[in-house]
Design a protein. Structure first.
Length: 108
């Protein structure tokens, strides 16, 4: 067995932002301090693991929104990158808020 390489990239896969093309950037802010210093413009996307208290012009995917949508896939599109959510693909499931919105079996 060979030695394992030293991981130099952040464990979440990319630096603070990545260019998605057509003038759109995806920003990742992990933690309160990173969210407060995140700089995203109109048309950009911000994904964060904590609530964002700032009023921003970019699309924000915070824990509350991600609970409803589930995981995200980003695809190139003719009008720019587009997001496809797990909920759009598979419908309401336990992991994307589906159970939280369904009535208990006895209350129907």
């Amino acid at each position: 067995m060979g030695a394992r390489p030293i991981r130099k990239a952040p464990p979440w896969g990319w630096p603070g932002s990545v260019d998605l093309g057509q003038g759109v950037r995806l920003h990742v802010a992990k933690g309160k301090r990173a969210v407060l210093t995140a700089n995203c413009a109109a048309g950009d996307w911000l994904v964060t693991n904590v609530p964002d208290p700032a009023a921003r012009s970019c699309e924000i995917y915070d824990p509350q929104r991600l609970r409803k949508s589930g995981s995200l896939a980003i695809w190139p599109g003719p009008d720019g990158p587009r997001i496809v959510t797990a909920r759009e693909t598979s419908g309401a499931r336990l992991w994307n808020g589906g159970a939280a919105h369904a009535a208990p079996a006895g209350d129907q």
